[in-house]
Each structure stands twice: as C-alpha cells, then as structure tokens.
Design a protein. Sequence first.
Lengths: 476, 369
Amino acid sequence: MQMPCPDAKIMAKKAQVVQRLTEVLGARGVIHDPAETRAYECDALTAYRCPPLCVVLPATTEEVSAALRVCHEENVPVVPRGSGTSLAGGALPTADSVILGVSRMNRVLEIDTDDRIIRVQTGRTNLSVTGAVEELGFFYAPDPSSQLACAIAGNIAMNSGGAHCLKYGVTTNNLLGVTMVQMDGTVIEIGGAHMDAGGLDLLGVICGSEGQLGVVTEATLRILPKPEGALPVMMGYDSAEAAGACVADIIKAGVLPVAIEYMDRPCIRACEAFAKAGYPDCEALLIVEVEGSADEISYQLDTILKIARAHDPVEIRAAQDSDEAARIWLGRKSAFGAMGQINDYMCLDGTIPVSALPEVLKRIGELSDQYGLGVANVFHAGDGNMHPLILFDANKEGDLEKCEEMGADILRLCVEVGGCLTGEHGVGVEKRDLMSVQFAREDLEAQMKVKDVFDPKWLLNPAKVFPLDVSEGRRA
Amino acid sequence: MIRPASEAELAEAVRAAHGPISVRGGGTRGPLPAGEALTTSGLTGITLHDPAALTLVARAGTPVEEIEAALAEANQRLAFEPMDHRGLLGTNGTPTIGGVVAANVSGPRRMQVGAARDHLLGLRFVDGEGTIVKNGGRVMKNVTGYDLARLVAGSRGALGVITEVALKVLPGTETCANLVARGLDDAAAVRAMSAALGTPFEVSGAAHNPHAEGGPRTVLRIEGFAPSVTYRCKALAERLAPHGGWEIETDREAVRAEWRGIRDVAPFHGEQGDVWRVSVRPSQAADLVARAGARRAYYDWGGGLIWLLTAEGDDLRAKLGRYDGHATLLRATPATHAKLHTLQPEPLALQALTRGLRETFDPRGILAA
C-alpha cells in the first residue's frame, strides 16, 4: 500500500502552521510534539503507521471551522478522526497532514422522546448515545461491534452498520441531520428533526463519504423504542448449503429476524475453546434473534424452528431466558477476541448476495488451501455481510503480504458474485486500490466530482477511497 | 417524444440533445420540466427478484404495478408504500419505479421503515453529459465509495436520468388493524401519535384527519402476524388510555383501503386549491397548521408530515415562518409553481452545493431545467 510523498513545503512550514492553529485553538487544542503525535499515527488498521504533522482537538464547531480555515489557507491536508477505530485506515495520517480529532466534542445537546430524536456532538461514542436514552426506554439502532469505543463522527463517515441492520438499517437510515464544517470553514446545517430532504439529499452523500466532504460536528439521530424483549435460537448444520437454505427459507416465510449470524467450523472451534458457550462441533452454526413480547417471540421462534428442523440440523437450542440468550451470544460476541488469541488475523468485510453463500464459502476454502493460510468465517447472514478472518503470522517474513493478496482475491470474489468490497468498514486505504475491481473509471469519476464540489482543493482525507493514480490530477 | 429502448440509446439521446430535455417516467407526479420530452417507458422489466435475499432489480420504466404484483406473488412488498399521485394531481399515466426513486416517493410507513431512498440498494443513471454511471449494488450492506444512489434518489432528474434501480423489499404482512380515536384536537392527536410511536408496539401508520366525516379521526396502524396484531392492539390501547378512548378496527380490507387513501391524499381529491406537502418536526406540527390558515389540513407520519389545501396562489411558506422542516408545492398552476417555487428555497451555503452538483453532473444545464 502506497501513500503520497509528503509535501516538503508543508513539512518545512510546520512551525508556522502550528502557531496559526494555536492562535485559534489555544495551546490545549494543538498537539505537535512528535512524542505525543505518535498516539495518532494509526487507527485500528495497525499495519500502517505514520505520525501526522500535528493534531488539533477543537472543542466546538466554531473551533473546527477556525482550524479548517487555517489549513485551507495554508493548503495543508486534514485527516478527520473520530475514535480511531477504523479497520480500513480511514484515519491514517500522512506526514504532511493535520489530524482533526473530534474527541473533545462529546456532549448530548438534546433528547426529545416525543419527536424520537437525539442531537449529539459527534465525538460521542455510539454506545453512549444509547446510554443517554436507555432509561427513557429508547435506543440508537446501528450497533457496530466497536460500539463501546467508536464515535458517531466515524459512524457517519463510514455509514457504519452492525448486527441488527436487517431490521433497523445502517447509519444512513438513522441519521436525520448534521452540522458540518466544509474545508474552507463554512458551517452548514443539513436536515434536522424532520424527515427527508427538501432538495438534493446532501445528507445521503455525506454519510459514508469517509471524511472527504466535510467534518461533521453535530448529528441528529433517530432513536427507537426498545423492544419488549428479544431471544435467540442457535442451530448447527453439517453443511454450508443446509445453513444457507435454512436462512433463505426463514426469510421467505415472512419472518424478519433482527439478526441472523453465521459461523463456520474454524470459528466455532475457536469460540468454543475461548468462551465455552456450548456450541456443537459442526460445519455451520446459525444464531437467529427475534424480538417482541414473550408470546410474539415464541410464535416467531416456532415458525423458525419448524423451518430449521426441516433442514436436518445437528443441534438446535432455543433460549428460554436471558441467561441462555447470553450464553448463545457469548461465543459469537467473543469471536474476534477468540481468533486474536490463537492467531494474528486480518478481518475482511465484503458483502455478497445471500444466495451465493455456499459457493463463496467453497471458493474461500480453495483460496485458503492455495495460499496456505487458514480462514475463519463470521457472517451477518441476513444481509450478506461477510467477515472472513484470514489467519497469518505477523512475525513471519512475507506472511502479511500473502494475507493481503489472499484478502484481495476474496474481495474480488465478492464483487464477481454480485456483491461489494466493503459492507460496513469502509474503503479507507485498505480497499482503495481495489476500487477499480468494482467500479468503472466513469463510476469513480462521478464520485470524485462530488468531492470536487465540496472540497475543490482536495485537502480533506485526500489519499483515501480512490486509487492514487485515479485521483492524481485532483490531489494537491 | 424520445423513447429510448435501452440504456445505451438513452445515453446517446442525452449526448445528442441540443437543448433542455424533459425526462419523465409515467408523468404522473406533477409539473414536468420544460424541454424535449424523453420517456423511460421503453426501459422496462424486472431483471432480478431474489426473494431469499429480499432484493429486486428493475429497469426504470417498469410500472410500479408490475413490481408490486411480482412481489405479492412471493408474499413481499415495497415496504415504503409509494404514493400514487394520480388521484390528487389528475394525471393519468402509469407510475414507474424510476419515478418513485427519482422523486423519493414514500407513504405512511415511511416513519417506521424509511423512505424510498432508504430501500435503495443501488442504481444506474445517465448524467447530463450522457455518461452511464453505476453506484451501490444489489446487496443490503454496501459502503464501497460515495453513496451517489441516495444523492440521485429524490433529485427529480436534476443530476441524471435513472435507468435501473435495485431495491430492498420486505416480507408482506399477514394482517393489519387500526386503533381509532375520535374528536381529538390537532395538538392532542399529535401527542397521542407520539406516545404511540414511543411504544415498542411497532405502529406502522399514524395519521390524523381533523376534517373527517363525523369529526376528527386519529388512526394508528398495526401490522404483522395475526396473534401479534391482536396482542399489540390491546396493549397499545391500554397504554394510550390517557390520550382518549380507542376503538380497534379489524376489517383488513377496510384498514388497507383507509391507508391507501391516506397515502394518496384522498381527502383532497377533487377539492379546489393548491396542495402543499410539509415535512416537519412532529411537535411543531399543530402550531404550524394553526399558522397556515389553510382550507384543510391532515397529518401523517405521526405529525411529521402535513398535507395542506390552500387558496390558489397563497404563499404558504411566508405564513409558516421558521420551523424545522420544509414545504413542497405539490399541486398548483404553472404560474404559481413559477412564482412560489416547487421546492423550499435552501440557505445560501446549501444552494452553492446544490448548484455545484448540478453543474458538475449536467454542465450544459439540460436536465430538469
């Protein structure tokens, strides 16, 4: 993976840039000592690191505007950062860039349960948004697995999803309005506590633009009343085909579970060794969760169990109470930690049409043999979002490169069967150079034209999303 | 009338255009832009329906009716229940799925399941220079690159001509029922609807008609499996007791017909005057209606959407003043449309972005002129 060469002119005027930023933010809002900027050298894609020129931590929208105006005038690239949990390198700096972190802006500005909205500063973490409304009987639906740490700013930048998207949608379906600062310092308000745009759906294109169109400082989010209850059922199968057919039949029967999770044998074994959730040793494990009152849950579970039994399961276990529910989820929720204990791994994020699941799993198995690297699959089966974990040894020469090549092959496969490169993690730098696999030059051109309008100088997070050769004429 | 038979022909027609072109699907949804007529009615057909993946892909000119029929066969539906504008606007074409997406047309269920744009998985379009662009895809979770699909959805043809759409569909509902309260004033009705929408009982419609036959009528819709509908109606009626007396109506066909009427603004059919559609923060809705001084009003989306029937040429936006939301002029004479603007004028900074996007996708200014 390549990043553009840092601009020597910018590197040479670091002192001046720092001084101007300090004038508008105060010393507390600017970090420039190399010992301290190191903390910002990477996000959760830790394979790539580069300390930034400096870091700014504004406390208000006005300060964000002032800081961006300085960088705009000085022609310094800016990399916005939420909590730094991106798995795609969305917050990876270049040496000539200023990191703009929103972490100091984490207040709740308004809660209105009548209008079913919450307005927050975007440095607030995802889980603490739900935390702020939980006692009132509400929750914020998108639930990426990093929700304890990840910021709403990053959720909006990446249009984050989670395990419950099948029913509740992803960030873009739950975002009603934003306050955003453009690269030249202009502050704009889009949307609010009402629904839908009166003109162009600018909110729609801002969400998921990976911090390349502006810095979102405040957000109005839709909150939903908490369901009366939820219970999962777990079922094991001897083949991916049987599990896939079971999922298809559940959906075709008109039941809409809130989550359908899929794990394959390597993943089941690792989770079982780690969490002792009592999973059967089988080829494919499904966890299906439904919501409602006690009676509604049992009615839906009956329908699901009838379908599940028709596909000859190895084992079926329906949770009767919250303890059993927790045990069923325990293994799945510790999947990434369990894999991390036994191996280094790279987590992919491609999406495929659900019907292609058996074929894709088979071909991932073939790639695994071909590259000599193990793969464990965790999968949001309801919405087709795969998370293959490729196992490698970071200390072994060449293993990371081999792992990346294999990852690229898996993502090409996702596109080939009608899917996409990334379902919820974003492109960042990680999938940047594969964009041409999914998109024709004209498709990328149309996307870049949007950035031209919002950020004509291409200073916001410029080395991400688009392959460097494709964006070359546009970047400074 | 230009009637391309393929996406390639459509792109060629746009490239060859010398002046403004007036793009339309069925032409049922209100004022058409000036210019040479170009219809997508030659681009038809469902190209993919994968019931197990809850996915449908269709060419833009495919009639909505055809899509709804195909989905019904698999016991599925377009959950955002797009409005049919013909009764309100007196148009008589065939509504197309491209038109639904281009105008982001949704119905009463929008507040629970999202708008047309929320069900859009991807699309293909031809921009103002005749370039074919694809964005999104056919899978439910996709954050690969910018979300142009949502930008183009609802752009009313200003950024390009949609040629194909991929939509998320949902299972059909086994049955439905209404909870009805009579005689609530507007403010009380909005409070009751908010209370209902704050319960876990998944209210999928919440409307209030102050001018209904026999007095104000507040209606809440519950849908799902039969035992679940029965349970939720009862639980909801109990929860809403402080907001009035609620009757449960279980005649499925009558319930469906009433919501079709709400969706299509039936109370205003055949009535003289301009029609406005106002998206608003629900808690401001009753005040807004009081300020509007309209001939008639009714509320959908639990108060989040207000339909207003006003005197011809009345500048509603001036009367409404400041509020959280926007007003679209949906039915009026061409002169009133020209004078008052169809869409809510945007603040200057947003105008600049809108203009910039239109210029970049349509540098010759031939679309939606």
